[in-house]
Design a binder for this molecule. Structure first.
Ligand code: ATP
Ligand code: MG
Length: 349
């Protein structure tokens, strides 16, 4: 496939194929949490019919912070099981482990060459995460993480990237890198768009309703993990920090605690926030907490059963992941080949 600089990319979107969706979620905790579920997994599942979908477990990203190899291995299986339990359907979507598709890392190296040092330094996730542990302890991998993420997306010529609000800046960087490469070396990449569903783009910590629910929080008292028992979850919701006052209204600025509970309630039941507020008119915070606690307890109960069943059959998980990686490589390999050619690399004969 020899292509002149001006040739249109044969791989980009708009060439008759179905649009593609791509996303991942790091296996850096013993379980995903409710923020990952609503902010990411639910959107992944919703896109599987309309889009050719690629969903993966970013183990290469997970090693950019201090980690334990045995734990990473186990968490990778848990991640796969929880993605499947969320409704990712391997018959429709490619579900795979990032390191099974070496093209991600190969493309990341190329993109490193067109990313500015200052540009990478402006990424707020790097600033936040390196500040947490003291910037001297931050790895170079953590710094270049967004460039690997750009490679994850661009290698599939993805059109849509379903993520939570915290990833918006990284998708923006990805768009810039795609445009820059296309401009310098000829049309190569599809320029992707973030797919961020406002209502669930940011689920907040139950103990600190002004910061995002996050797997890497030191305390999980305000984090609803998908492996929590129904009892633990009901308790976490009952002890959620709420605001002064008693009236149940949705006001993100003045009453972030109650607003967060209402968002979760709405996401879980599919009911409008206004309708829920009307139902609780005249009642106290406690009523809402007990009701939501019960609903969420039931949800994690069912979710946990399904996850455990999937985890009991590792051979089946391995088969699903191998098939997903095979499908992914069919798309990733031609993109990398085109990139190498555009970059001026002599290809082996
Ligand atoms: P970490 O704290 O280690 O960054 P995380 O909890 O943010 O972990 P990620 O693997 O970074 O998890 O994110 C996986 C996906 O879940 C991303 O699409 C991210 O935007 C989304 N997500 C994470 N936290 C939330 C949240 N609180 N609300 C909505 N979406 C979220
Ligand atoms: Mg994150």
């Amino acid at each position: 496939m020899m292509l002149a600089m001006s040739d249109a990319s044969p791989l980009r979107s708009g060439t008759g194929r179905r649009p593609r969706a791509l996303s991942g979620a790091q296996p850096t905790a013993d379980s995903y949490h409710l923020g990952n579920y609503f902010g990411a997994f639910r959107q992944w599942v919703a896109l599987q019919d309309e889009f050719e979908a690629f969903y993966f477990i970013p183990d290469l990203h997970a090693i950019t912070v201090d980690y334990d190899p045995a734990l990473l291995r186990e968490r990778t299986y848990i991640a796969a099981a929880q993605m499947l339990a969320s409704g990712v359907d391997p018959a429709r979507s490619a579900l795979f482990v990032q390191s099974h598709v070496p093209e991600h890392a190969q493309l990341a190296w190329i993109l490193n060459g067109i990313t500015g040092f200052g540009e990478a330094g402006r990424m707020t996730q790097f600033k936040d995460k390196s500040a947490k542990n003291g910037s001297d302890n931050a790895s170079v991998g953590l710094f270049t993480y967004p460039i690997l993420m750009a490679a994850d997306i661009l290698i599939y010529q993805a059109d849509k990237v379903p993520v939570g609000e915290d990833q918006r800046q990284h998708v923006e960087l990805t768009r810039n890198l795609a445009q820059r490469f296309n401009h310098r070396f000829g049309p190569t990449f599809t320029v992707p768009e973030a797919h961020i569903v406002k209502a669930t783009a940011k689920i907040y910590d139950l103990q600190d309703p002004t910061s995002k629910m996050s797997g890497s929080n030191a305390s999980h008292a305000g984090v609803v993990d998908l492996t929590d028992t129904p009892k633990q979850v009901a308790k976490k919701v009952r002890s959620a920090v709420t605001d002064s006052g008693t009236e149940i209204v949705y006001d993100l600025a003045a009453k972030p605690g109650i607003a967060n509970l209402l968002s979760i309630y709405s996401a879980l039941t599919g009911r409008e926030i206004a309708e829920i507020v009307a139902e609780y008119e005249g009642q106290q915070y406690g009523h809402l907490k007990v009701a939501l606690g019960d609903l969420l307890a039931e949800f994690v109960g069912t979710f946990g059963d399904r996850t455990r069943e999937l985890l009991d059959d590792r051979a089946e998980l391995d088969r699903i992941l191998a098939a997903g990686a095979e499908r992914a490589r069919e798309v990733a390999a031609p993109t990398l080949e085109l990139v190498y050619e555009r970059s001026g690399f002599v290809r082996p004969v």
